[in-house]
Design a protein around this ligand. Structure first.
Ligand SMILES: O=C(O)C1=C[C@@H](OP(=O)(O)O)[C@@H](O)[C@H](O)C1
Ligand SMILES: C=C(OP(=O)(O)O)C(=O)O
Length: 439
């Protein structure tokens, strides 16, 4: 799909969509718990659909209701071990890294014989050393890199060791599987943990379902590295009956950045100002860029002001990097965004595509090792952008268009379906001018 944007500032108010990250976690916990759970989730997207589809393949019954899902759990019996219902299940993760990395340990913990498949770049995104740890603990995986990925055997409880810098989704996935294991387990994470707020989201989801994880920090025997230990002790998932998926800060960020780049305030309604989502920090970042930010009840508002460069680390906020870079491209001075290595293993090589596609609109951006260096300017020229099938790159370009002099064409704009199918509707709701056509 081609999006043809006639540059214009955005203004007004949009409702937040449901948090994709929290939806994955709460629907998984619901499908693994003791009874039926009503998961209030006001929107969906391709990635959430993928998680629902995988759980259904494992035997959960998930009915779509007016305001979300009614989740009837996977029929399981820990005492019985491997259950017939799971054998031969096909788990199609689409393009969702979260779905694959969460459902793989879960399927292993259930003793499922399952075949995982996925699309586009998902087969290239790393699974090791998560797969090594699963294999060391009793599972057989056809883990030669890529799909189909076939699992069999049943995961044993025990000690798992993971690095903190590849993907926090490995840690979240194992944590989500622990309540299914017949015994206590722990994950020892060595070194710095990147994307740490996403682990906090997992802990929050587990807690809602009655699962407590103890956390301990210590120094490794070498006296230098940090070790973080996450320990579960025999808790099982217990449904609270109803849970609500909160608003999504990662996607709200696009509109809040639009507020910083435009002429008038932009508001996002229905987001928690005390959320555990790390991307809530978009507000703090925008105020450091010089934008005026306002917190209201369950809403955030951003107003433009003179923008100036502000350098930061992407360690805890990888998904904000593309749209924050669009703001930096129009802020006075040079912004450096450090710790972007993991961006190379997202839906696209997001470090490269953030730089190349902003440059296609006339921005001055370079890559220095794992950092983006953005030389700000008042306005951009406009031009043709390729989404590289990456939703956050397509949305970044649409927001950068606000400051472009000429038209912006976004090829592969359908990528927004991964997390935000209503993105261009909301763009228009805020006064944006976009024409969508088939390519
Ligand atoms: O757990 C999650 O919901 C996510 C974790 C992050 O990935 P990494 O931990 O791989 O950085 C983030 O980029 C992704 O969009 C969602
Ligand atoms: C990287 C993302 O998601 P996932 O890892 O779940 O594919 C994302 O939404 O930007």
């Amino acid at each position: 799909m081609l999006a043809r944007i006639t540059p214009t500032p955005l203004a007004g108010s949009v409702p937040a969509i449901a948090s994709k990250s929290m939806a994955h976690r709460l629907i998984i916990a619901a499908a693994l718990s003791s009874g039926t759970t009503h998961v209030v989730c006001n929107t969906t997207c391709a990635d959430i659909d993928a998680t629902v589809r995988c759980l259904t393949s494992l035997g959960a019954r998930i009915n779509v209701v007016d305001d979300g899902y009614e989740v009837h759990p996977v029929p399981k019996s820990i005492e019985l071990g491997i259950l017939k219902a799971f054998q031969g299940a096909k788990l199609d993760c689409g393009e969702s890294g979260s779905t694959l990395r969460f459902m793989l340990p879960v399927a292993c913990a259930l003793g499922a014989q399952a075949t995982f498949v996925g699309a586009q770049r998902l087969g290239e995104r790393p699974l090791t050393p998560l797969t090594d740890e699963l294999m060391a603990a009793g599972c057989t995986l056809s883990a030669d890199g890529g799909f189909p990925l076939v699992t069999s055997g049943r995961l044993r409880p025990g000690r798992f060791v993971l690095p903190g810098t590849v993907s926090s989704q490995f840690i979240s996935g194992l944590l989500l599987s622990f309540p299914l294991l017949p015994g206590d387990s722990e994950i020892e994470v060595h070194g710095r943990i990147e994307s740490r707020p996403y682990i906090n989201l997992t802990l929050q989801a587990l807690k809602l379902f009655g699962v407590d994880i103890a956390i301990e920090r210590m120094t490794a025997p070498n006296g230098i590295d940090d070790i973080t230990r996450f320990r579960s002790s025999g808790n099982v998932y217990r449904t609270p009956g109803e849970v609500k998926v909160e608003g999504d800060w990662s996607n709200a960020a696009f509109w809040l950045c639009a507020g910083a780049l435009g002429n008038e305030p932009v508001e996002v309604r229905g987001i928690s100002l005390t959320s555990a989502q790390g991307d809530r920090n978009v507000l703090a970042a925008l105020s450091r860029f010089g934008a005026r930010t306002k917190r209201a009840s369950e809403a955030a508002i951003v107003q433009p002001d003179n923008l100036h460069a502000f350098s930061m680390s992407a360690q805890d906020i990888p998904d904000l990097v593309p749209v924050i870079s669009a703001v930096a491209a129009c802020a006075d001075g040079t912004t450096i965004i450090r710790d972007c290595a993991r961006l190379r293993i997202k839906e696209s090589d997001r470090l490269a595509t953030t730089a190349s596609e902003l440059a296609a609109l006339g921005a001055h951006v370079t890559i220095d090792h794992d950092s983006l260096v953005i030389y700000g300017q008042e306005r951009l020229s406009g031009g043709e952008v390729d989404s590289h099938n990456d939703h956050r790159i397509a949305m970044m370009a649409a927001i950068a268009a606000i400051r472009c002099d000429g038209e912006v064409l976004i090829h592969g704009a359908e990528a927004v379906r991964k997390s935000y199918p209503a993105f261009f509707d909301h763009y228009r709701m805020l006064g944006g001018r976009v024409e969508l056509t088939e390519e």
